[in-house]
Ligand binder design. Sequence first.
Ligand SMILES: Cc1cc2nc3c(=O)[nH]c(=O)nc-3n(C[C@H](O)[C@H](O)[C@H](O)COP(=O)(O)O)c2cc1C
Length: 316
Amino acid sequence: MIAAPDLRVDLGDLPLRNPVMPASGCFGPELGDLIDINRLGAMVTKTVFAEPRSGNRAHRLAETYAGMLNSVGIPSRGARAFIAELLPRYRNWSPPLIVSIGGLTVGAYLEIAERLTRVAGIAAFEVNVSCPNLEAGGLEIGAEPQVVEAVVRGVKERVEVPVFVKLTPNVTSIAAIARAAETGGASAITAVNALMGMAVDWRTRRPRTGTAMAGFTGPAIKPVALRCVWQAAQAVAIPVIGVGGIATVDDVLEFILAGATAVQIGSATFTRPDTMVRIIAALEARLSDEGVVSVRELIGALRTDSPSATVPMQAG
Ligand SMILES: Cc1cc2nc3c(=O)[nH]c(=O)nc-3n(C[C@H](O)[C@H](O)[C@H](O)COP(=O)(O)O)c2cc1C
């Protein structure tokens, strides 16, 4: 009998039984009523802030072709409620728990890190730098390499588990930001968060979400996310977690070839709650069909040796 393919991957010091996990904000303990969470490679929480904060005003969601816009605005019940009420619920499952943390100033990231350090049951932190920086006129924290490096270094100094950094795609050079995260001490890069988008209802002459600008996610952003993963993987030596528009096992394999060690599933879970578990089963079957012994063989194995693939492409 042929052995089942090996789906195990390592995110630095964090071993995963398979490379598939949820994207922050698109998963919670309630999904346990619908799928077997123990099948997942890891669990990822919605971004937690040090203090409670409310989200944005309605409407918070709008559909677009092949994607969605959200202006949820990251409501959070704060660190205290997270530790007391939410964290114990995640202990019902075995996959490692990655806790996403956010802040609106550099100091706020250090505060949430201090509040959650040495709290049992946290396997790693994912620093969400797609938050407005109140000290820089609302520019995203993740838009400037020096700020990213300072946030990551500060969090890293305060916690004892690996620190991942989730990049925003809304930057000029994702490679420069990825390198800053690595210099600051990150163990892995997650790429990417939502693209900035907008939807307009011309009849009411209003934006279709409460905040005019909103986060654009879903299948439509896959080519952008894939390109960001590719650029980040070229720029750093630490593992990259790919996220953006993934809905099928083929999408997962494309991200892995482009350099992702693991992947996260976001919007697709809203369409079909069983997307992650279906993908894990399909990944095993697909690797087996292809005679691939370990998924690790495929990480970054994209061939770029044809002349057309090495010439920088111009749009248009
Ligand atoms: C409703 C919603 C809420 C989200 N909340 C968060 C969040 O709290 N923290 C975060 O880092 N990303 C958040 N994201 C972004 C996702 O984690 C992911 O990066 C993005 O949706 C792209 O992946 P997808 O195309 O598979 O959805 C959210 C996305 C959606 C759609």
